[in-house]
Design a protein around this ligand. Structure first.
Ligand code: PGA
Length: 257
């Protein structure tokens, strides 16, 4: 059996001008020229930068580029939107689906996310499916049911063959951009739970192959501890991914974990 992928993914969100982005990517690949299997670095960048960042990382083994979103329809009169068909034509390998900011600000429902997942798979794009509970749910200790439902209502639209290319990112909403990281015990417990929910649908073998990333205030100083957890297969990093020295330190933590 092949080793499960380990992934350091950057989520730039709506940050960085193009000159800043170029500087960041160049500093990153200068610092870490390549990463070897099973490790990967994925940069989720704004749409206008997809092609140029792909060119900057070309030839750097283990690097790839992700879109932060795609539309749920294949094509049509949806002004301002970008389809998975377009992303595939640009050879984009990954796409974030269901980030909590899109669920909240763009009203993305389980049904919309299920359609987006299918569009990704139809276009040979690996979806990075984001899930995670708000603080009120954590306070009521209902996070396991909440996250299971997010998986069941959207991800489980995929067959086993299709789910094999998916990546999960667990991002507790109370830890995103707040400086408050889940403890490694909280992260491990939820990742273990997510893997068991995946196993209930897809079987143990496939569940054991799907990478589950942690996201929410990951930084160089807490990466080692998180990556030491047996079910934490990497990170989806927002704020700290905008600083080359921070993100390269996180990548180093991953490759040495
Ligand atoms: P953060 O964001 O690292 O800034 O908390 C993570 C994310 O939203 O993907």
């Amino acid at each position: 059996m092949t080793a499960r992928k380990k992934i350091a993914a950057a989520n730039w969100k709506m940050n960085l001008t193009w000159p800043e982005a170029t500087e960041l990517v160049n500093a990153l690949v200068d610092s870490i020229e390549a990463v070897n299997d099973p490790c990967q670095v994925i940069l989720a960048v704004p749409f206008p930068y997809l092609q140029s960042v792909s060119a900057l990382v070309k030839g750097h083994i283990g690097y790839s580029v992700a879109a932060q979103n795609c539309h749920q329809k294949a094509a049509g009169a949806y002004t301002g939107e970008v389809s998975a068909v377009m992303l595939q034509a640009m050879e984009i390998a990954y796409c974030l689906v269901g980030h909590s900011e899109r669920r909240e600000y763009n009203g993305e429902t389980h049904a919309v996310l299920a359609d987006k997942l299918v569009r990704c798979i139809e276009n040979k794009i690996s979806p990075i499916f984001c899930c995670g509970e708000p603080l009120a749910i954590r306070d009521q200790e209902k996070q396991n049911e909440y996250v299971a439902k997010q998986l069941q209502e959207a991800l489980f639209v995929l067959s086993s063959d299709q789910a094999a290319s998916a990546v999960i990112a667990y991002e507790p909403i109370w830890a995103i951009g707040t400086g408050r990281t889940a403890s490694s015990q909280q992260a491990q417990a939820m990742h273990r739970h997510i893997r068991s929910v995946l196993a209930s649908q897809y079987g143990e073998a496939l569940a054991g192959q799907i990478p589950i990333l942690y996201g929410g205030s990951v930084k160089a100083s807490n990466a080692d501890e998180l990556f030491a957890c047996p079910d934490v297969d990497g990170a989806l990093v927002g704020g700290a991914s905008l600083v080359a020295s921070e993100f390269s330190a996180i990548v180093r933590s991953l490759t040495s974990a």
